[in-house]
Design a protein around this ligand. Sequence first.
Ligand code: ARG
Ligand code: ZN
Length: 871
Amino acid sequence: AAIYLKDYKVPPFLIDKTELTFELDESTTVVTSKLHMRRNPTSTENTAPLVLDGGEDVKLIAVAMDDYVLPEGEYQLVDNQLVITATADNFILTCETLIEPQNNTKLEGLYRSSSMFCTQCEAEGFRHITYYLDRPDVMSVFTTTIIADNEQYPVMLSNGNEIERTQTEEGKTAVVWHDPFPKPAYLFALVAGNLEVKNDTFVTQSQREVKLQIFTEAHNIDKVDYAMEALKRSMRWDEEVYGREYDLDIFMIVAVDDFNMGAMENKGLNIFNSSCLLASPETTTDDSYLRVEAIVAHEYFHNWSGNRVTCRDWFQLSLKEGFTVFRDQTFSADMHSATVKRVEDVSFLKTAQFAEDAGPMAHPVRPASFIEISNFYTLTVYEKGAEIVRMIHTLLGAENFRKGSDLYFERHDGQAVTCDDFVAAMEAASGVDLTQFKRWYSQAGTPQVRVIGEYDESQQSYTLRLHQDTPATPGQPTKLPSHIPVRVGLLDQAGNPLSASLDGQSANEHLLELSQAEQVFEFTQVSSKPVPSLLRGFSAPVKLSYEYSSTDLLLLLSADQDGFNRWSAGQQLAVNELSQLIEQAVAGQTLSLESQLINGFNSLLVDDSLDPAMVALILNLPSQAYLSELASEIHPNAIKQARQYLKAQIANALESEFAQTYQAHRLDGEYRPDAQDIAHRSLKNLALSYWLETDSAEAKLAVVEQFESANNMTDQFAALSIAVHADHPQATQMLDAFYQQWQDEPLVVNKWLMLSAGREQENAIDNMKSLMEHEAFDLKNPNKVRSLLGGFGQNISAFHHVDGSGYRFLADQILVLDKRNPQIASRLCTPLTRWKKMTPSLSTLMKAELERIMADQLSKDVYEVISKSLA
Ligand code: ARG
Ligand code: ZN
């Protein structure tokens, strides 16, 4: 059954204080809760019964109102809810419940991961711990007592400050934690285990000393230094850029191995998937270093954008997630290269979020309904949500945006609010009217903007005609025009910036505000025929089209002042060429094309003044996934063939340049994950991947040499994956050696699993089956499942095999996993949900697997995704 935003009602009851006691045990954990409740004065339902959320895995032992133990007839258990009809206006409800964390395979609520107890309560996990008003607009002050065995659980943590610690007679310790900030239950956390700690301190801008602690199992404690430094950078940055200071005296992070998502911002006690926290040069790639830093920042930033100000209901999820992603993106941009960061984020958005927005699960950034909220932790809510906040920043300007965020935090501190409240604060602080802009929250689908430019030499005027429309999405057949900020610059034919006047303002760059279905912008004082640089910095999440000639694109690629649009022009050129090749491949023709990219790439390779990271990004051909998103009908093998052909052609034409680039960007010395060194490694490894395409014996040797001698995982793994993807004669040996070397490092083993599953070879399904039996694999661990099945999705020839065996294999795994962990199973469905866009022979096969899944007894999570895909 679906839940609708329009049905929102304030809660009939509030919980001022929550007192919890956990008696942790290997077999049964006893949870006692004392909820200090009262009727909500703002609710009109003043005779409504008390309805508390629970779960099938929570066993109720006793319930009491004040001191009166309710006999069986005075409460009911219906659909996992505890219903009490007769209540006073003020009372303490005491519940005793039993749970079995060791049997919790869903990893929601309280569960075991290796030797420890840990929690994940967002979105609706708390109800699997005890009966509660498990909704974000019920905020309460929590006091938590944890009782457990001294030896096994020397570390016992919860939110806030430790206020008491006592020994019990049976060799147990009881620890009491108190969090003074009212919070919804989704921010509750508990950890108990035999953990090591790394300590540090941070002095806030108002000179308060905050204790910082990162906890891991003993064998990982040597891998937290980078996260600790990233945390301190985040704390400083939030003070400087948003004026936000940390509020408790202690901030803790714990790494756990089994975790459904990346990390969780529980108040004062963040819990991380160990893959998003641990880092060491030998085991962690540059990408992962940057990811650790970004996620540490993201979770830390939630302390204000999420915790101090939280969401009224889960439809408002993007209120905290979109804003916090925008904040972490800006932070990473400030720490490294802003242009590189922007290209990476946009490339991801255009590949994965655009695909989501065009598929059966398309939904607005603020969804109108859902069956299972876990399915809405999506790229749309997170990444498109961040683009909305970025557009507000663009429309208001940095200064007004900061006034708006200050006002938002000031107005709503301690409250659970909506996306409208966020926008209202931005409007009030800036005077900008965002009424139409708010359609971005309610309309799904990616707007398409078509642009036509016309130069009038005699008038020295240039006209840009913009037309927008948004395709229909499920449940939204028609759309209204969006308010779209389009940053535009003009270049003359030599690539110099061309000044132009718009509405009396003369400048090299203008911000167009497209708000009508069709709108004309007229520039004057344009001294020569321009090439327009449109949507600079990707100023709005739209699909923009303009009929550029290859010459125009080459000009933008080599000369645009906007680094982002240089990349974009390169991508467009490559997309144009790849599209022709894909057509040839679909028609069964021999591929042939004289690539224009060769000259453009050549000049980038020999220009020392450029950021090597940008060169690497530009030279990286559009991915299989991005080309699939662009296609109106997806032919996976044709796309693969086209990419291979183009890459080989460029590689052969520029063989010596790639060889030279490879040598020129080798670094010696200690590994450092800073922007400069990362840039050199990325260009060097990109050059190596091209060079190997030439079939040069020297290149083959260089790959093996780098694999064997690298002092860091970035270089070692790059060599390995280049070898595997290019089917290097030693690929098998290298994969084996890699596993031998790293078998005791689970996070590295996961990379091996992914690469092994993605390897194109005969009998790929048999290979998958043996990987699933391999000692390195574990169905209980979400990271391993994602690595293996995610890797398999990259295996074009196997996953999209014409006999349907790839789809069948994935469907089988989804059915198995759905019984254990519905959240993970649901996410694995994504590739199959794209069936309508596949070429008919494959489409039919995918659909058959969706129908087979649909016929099974499913979780809400998988049911929602599969039923919507088939609708
Ligand atoms: N709020 C977390 C974040 O930082 C994500 C947690 C989502 N967890 C879940 N089970 N859906 O983005
Ligand atoms: Zn988040």
